[in-house]
Design a protein around this ligand. Structure first.
Ligand code: SF4
Length: 332
């Protein structure tokens, strides 16, 4: 899947770009977009890894749209809310979200390798925030140990694979030692956005005696590279089960061809497409919205083109924290 990057002759960045001026200097954003991008940067985190910078051919291509700041982010539509999945009311202790009886989220940190312009937690994620202190993490682990109806822990954030391999191994070991936790799961962008982080030590950190599922967030086939293929192969070899989750996004994957290509590349990398998310109404994300009726048409069209293992469930959040529900034939 290697290719893109033809729009300019700038050398590829060697490190993650975080400042709008760096994005302009790298040829990813036009100079005319600098002032607007700086206004966005004052409110929301920005990060473009070398792996993703190499996949951007233009600011409005499917990869550029996902990661490059746009002044439209500062316009909040009437229906957009800062916590669309309503994590806060379901937080029994800091870092834990308990919404469903048998499973709960653990958010050890709120940093990510990249910052997606459509993120549903965009008001809280960022490079400086959200790392649980030792005492907070112990309190969160204690909550899981004292809550026997919870059988599955979902590590999310932020991106838990931003922790060091050593810290991750410690956390996985502590959670695995809780007898009633049968399943550990991690939600991550790292294997595609920053595949070099998936070292043999990191893959080993996830290998546990318990079932470990890694849910990979990717939205377009061209996010997959040779490096991400190697990262995913390392995880598979460690015994990690790979699932895929994607967001249906205008301009990124809002065609049956783009979705088919995405799910085919996932399957080739042993990633089972699990969820296709309807966009959550986070502030300043309206440009990515695809109406549910259109999403349903697309997912129905996919059924004639891909086998059952390539069909994710198309879901949306219920307002007020009611959780995910399959999208039915409801317009919107
Ligand atoms: S990686 Fe996930 S949590 Fe981080 S910015 Fe993207 S969507 Fe949000």
């Amino acid at each position: 899947m290697d290719a893109p990057r033809q729009h300019n002759a700038q050398p590829l960045p060697a490190r993650t770009l975080r400042a709008p001026a760096e994005l302009v200097a790298a040829g990813l954003l036009p100079a005319a977009a600098l002032t607007g991008a700086e206004a966005v940067a004052a409110r929301y985190a920005i990060a473009v890894t070398p792996a993703m910078a190499a996949r951007i051919g233009a600011p409005d291509d499917p990869i550029g749209l996902q990661y490059l700041p746009d002044i439209a982010e500062l316009e909040t539509a009437a229906h957009e809310v800062s916590d669309p999945t309503a994590d806060a009311p379901f937080t029994p202790v800091k870092g834990v979200v308990h919404r469903y009886p048998d499973r709960a989220l653990l958010k050890p940190l709120l940093a990510c390798p990249v910052y997606c312009r459509f993120c549903f937690r965009r008001e809280v994620v960022g490079p400086d925030g959200g790392l649980l202190t030792e005492a907070e993490l112990e309190a969160a682990i204690a909550w899981f140990a004292a809550t026997p109806q919870v059988r599955e822990v979902v590590l999310t954030g932020g991106d838990p694979l931003m922790l060091s391999a050593r810290r991750l191994a410690w956390l996985v070991e502590r959670l695995s030692a809780i007898p009633h936790l049968d399943i550990l799961r991690v939600h991550t962008r790292v294997p595609v956005a920053d595949p070099g982080r998936v070292t043999p030590a990191l893959a080993r950190a996830l290998a546990t005696g318990k079932a470990f599922y890694l849910c990979l967030h990717a939205n377009h086939a061209s996010e997959f590279t040779e490096a991400s293929a190697e990262a995913l192969a390392r995880l598979t070899a460690a015994g990690v089960v790979l699932l895929g989750q994607s967001v249906l996004l205008r301009g990124v994957n809002d065609s049956v061809e783009a979705l088919e290509a995405l799910f085919r590349v996932m399957l080739r990398h042993r990633v089972k497409p699990y969820y296709l998310h309807h966009l959550d109404a986070a502030p300043g994300t309206a440009r990515f919205a695809v109406p549910a009726a259109e999403g349903l048409r697309l997912t129905r069209a996919l059924r004639g083109r891909l086998s059952g293992i390539g069909q994710p469930l198309y879901v949306r959040e219920t307002p007020g924290g009611g959780g995910k529900r399959p999208v039915q034939a409801d317009p919107g």
